[in-house]
Every structure is written in C-alpha cells, then in structure tokens.
Design a binder for this molecule. Structure first.
Ligand code: COS
Length: 382
C-alpha cells in the first residue's frame, strides 16, 4: 500500500529495515531466551540517528514529527518488540522534558538523548497506582534548594539501563492528582536504586525494574514545569506517545503475518500447501486487512498530532487500543497457522504472541483507553 512517504520518510523505514533484517532477526530468539538487554542494537539505532527523530534541531535532533517515530517504531517492532519497546520507552521518557521542560533542561538533556548515548525512562507507575495514575504515593518534599524523594516506582521500562528518568511524585498529597509534580532524576544520584530485572512473559530482552527512592535529594531546578502540574504533564505525554504503541502493534503483527504466510506456502498437508486451503487463506486475508486498518488509524493519529491538533486524547487512545488488540489477534492466528510448530520455540510465532500481550497493558490498559474514548465521546459527541 502506498502511503505517499517522502524521500526522508522512506529512508527512515529503509534504515530500520536493514537493522531489523541484519541485526535484530538473527539474535532475537537468543536475547528473549536469556533476557539480555539489546545494548548493541540500541547502539546501532543511535548510530543511525534514530533517537534524533522527534527532538528539535536546536537540541541536536532532526525535528521530525511523531509520524516518523511511528514509522521507525513499526519497522523495528517487525523485528523484535523488546528492541522497539526499549527504543520507544526512551522517547516516552524524554517527552515530558520536550513538552514541559524549560530551555536549560532541554539544552542539558535532549542532545544527550538525541545522540543515543543516553537512554531515558518514564517513571509513573507504582505498586498501588497503575490505571489510577493520580494515586501515586511517591513523595517529593522541598528542603532548601532540593526536593527529597521517597517511594517506589514499579515496572519501569528501561529501568537500570537509562541514565535520565522523568519521575512523578506528590508535592502536595492533599490535592490528589493536582498535587503531583514531575522531576528529572539522573542515574547515580544518591538514594536512587534499582530493583531486580523482572522475569516477564514477553518482551523479555527489554529491561523492566523497580526504581527505589530513599531520601534521594535532587536539585529543585530539576522540576519539569510548575509544582502541581505533574499529572497534566503525564497525561499530555501519554496522549503523544500512544500512537507509537499502536505502531508497535502494527509492526509486530506485520512480522507475524510474514512468518505465517511464508510457512503456509511451504507446509504441505493432504498433498497441498496449506495456503491453498480456504480456511487458512481467509485467516491470512483477515490478518492483512486488520493490519492495514490499524496502520491507517495509527498514521492518522500521528499526523493529527503533528499537524498541531489540540484535542488528541480520543484519537490517540483509539490508535493504541485498536492496533494492540489487532496485534494480539494476529499473532494468535499466526501461531494457529503454524499449528503444533507454532507452539514451539524454534519458530518465532510463539514469542510474537507472548510479546503482543503487553501492548494491551502498558501505557494505559486497553480498558483505560476505552474509558478515555468513551468519556470524550459522551462529553463532545462524534
Ligand atoms: N490532557 C489534558 N488534561 C487531562 C488529560 C489529558 N489527556 N486527562 C485528564 N486531564 C485533566 C482533566 O481535565 C482534569 O482536569 P481538572 O482537574 O482541571 O478538571 C484532571 O486532568 C484530572 O482528570 P481526571 O479526573 O479525568 O483524572 P482521573 O484520575 O479520573 O484519571 C485517567 C484519568 C484514567 C485517564 C488517567 O488516570 C490515566 O490515563 N490512567 C492511565 C495511566 C497510564 O497510562 N498508566 C500507564 C503507565 S505509564 S507506561
């Protein structure tokens, strides 16, 4: 399908395609099996300037839109969702600085992140605050020129691997979500430690850890935006990042369809390739159609954001929920087409199915996405 990409956009896709084919596919099963963070591939992605995409040129980025980030993320996800997640999570981590940071913060941190030398991570979720993001309990208390952080963040992607963390903490717990603030915390700050790497169902090569703050003192100039704006910063960040989760679903599903199609064309039963059977052909047709529908919605949402459209929560949530549900279905169907072999680790389909599940959970469960869509629909109409 022709999406009328510019020369620059086609180049981004081609670079990612080369990384996927040459660097990711040969090692993805091993990385998954051994839960090894893909540092070398992340370095390749950095060398290819892909972390520069969404960062403005004045901070050593390429100043492209979310659309280009989605193109890159989709293609990397076709190879491996752990790699794509590690890449996209750095974007999620620096978005609060980009959206609400001041000039000094942008000058200090964005060039490092643009080069790929440093990764970022987004610290919102806590043991008692997942979907209910306003219920975070980590506290930040102002003492002289420092905020002192105490609390624990849970399931933080790139935890331990990233150098720069955007952390949400309560500066005025009495005010609920209006009492939350956002901060930049650097790895290595005294009082900031990590839990063990989590042992996960899927995206096993990506790093997921607890962030533990124990009287962690950070300079007060590390606050992003104003005191009490943290919840808003988090919501605006998620509105912009969710289409990239959608693009992870599109890429992952595309990878699964490619594997299933290739297998169906060589696997013989009843003296014929299974791709000649209508039962299989209809599955393949549905998979391809669903992928293309999701891709259209993701691209549309990304372009709406890039065009400066203000009211993007609904569209952004729609792209995430549709593409991730689609990816779960398509990867499950891919396993089915492979039959018994699909259940075995020697083929990539089972890993893709395990990986897909997280897309329906992270960056807001799909139940929360439906809440966001419905609330907006009821308030504003269609
Ligand atoms: N953009 C701008 N403002 C927003 C907003 C958005 N997307 N979403 C909410 N707000 C504002 C509301 O307008 C409201 O403002 P006022 O206090 O001025 O009225 C305020 O923020 C509180 O909003 P609301 O009452 O809707 O908050 P809730 O506590 O009910 O929670 C949801 C809203 C469920 C949408 C939010 O908690 C959420 O997104 N949860 C999922 C979090 C998530 O994605 N976690 C994954 C971890 S990060 S990987």
């Amino acid at each position: 399908m022709n999406y009328f990409l510019t020369e620059e956009q086609r180049m981004i896709v081609d670079i990612c395609k080369e990384i996927t084919e040459k660097k990711i596919k040969p090692v993805r099963a091993e990385l998954d099996q051994n839960q090894v963070f893909p540092s070398e591939i992340i370095q390749e992605i950095g060398n290819a300037d892909l972390f520069r995409l969404f960062i403005p040129e004045e901070y050593e980025g390429m100043g492209t839109g979310i659309f280009e980030v989605c193109l890159a993320t989709e293609e990397l996800s076709r190879g491996d969702l752990s790699v794509a997640t590690s890449y996209a999570a750095s974007g999620l981590g620096f978005l609060p600085i980009l959206i609400s940071g001041n000039k000094q913060q942008k000058e200090k941190y964005l060039p490092l992140l643009a080069s790929g030398q440093k990764l970022a991570a987004f610290g919102l979720t806590e043991p008692e605050a997942g979907s209910d993001a306003g219920a975070i309990q980590t506290k930040a208390v102002l003492e002289g020129d420092y905020y002192v952080l105490n609390g624990t963040k849970q399931w933080i992607t790139n935890g331990g691997e990233a150098d720069i963390y955007t952390i949400f903490a309560m500066t005025d717990p009495k005010k609920g979500s209006r009492g939350a603030s956002a901060f930049i915390v650097k790895k290595g700050t005294e009082g900031f430690d990590f839990g063990k790497k989590e042992d996960k169902m899927g995206i096993r090569a990506s790093a997921t850890r607890e962030l533990i703050f124990n009287n962690c003192k950070i300079p007060k100039e590390n606050m992003i935006g104003r005191e009490g704006m943290g919840f808003l910063v988090a919501m605006k960040t998620l509105d912009q990042s969710r289409p990239a989760v959608g693009s992870q679903g599109v890429g992952l599903a595309q990878g699964a369809l490619e594997e299933a199609l290739a297998y169906a064309k060589v696997r013989k039963q009843f003296s014929n390739t299974i791709s000649s059977f209508q039962a299989i052909r209809h599955m393949l047709a549905d998979m391809a159609t669903q992928i293309e529908a999701a891709r259209n919605l993701v691209y549309y949402a990304a372009k709406a954001i890039d065009s400066g459209q203000k009211d993007i929560s609904r569209l952004s949530a729609m792209s995430k929920v549709f593409a991730s549900d689609m990816a779960m279905q398509v990867t499950t169907d891919a396993v089915q087409i492979f039959g018994g072999y699909g259940y075995m680790k020697e083929y990539p389909a089972e890993k893709m199915m395990r990986d897909a599940k997280i897309l329906q959970i992270y960056e807001g469960t799909n139940q929360i996405q439906r809440d966001v869509i419905a609330l907006d629909l009821v308030k504003k109409g269609f």
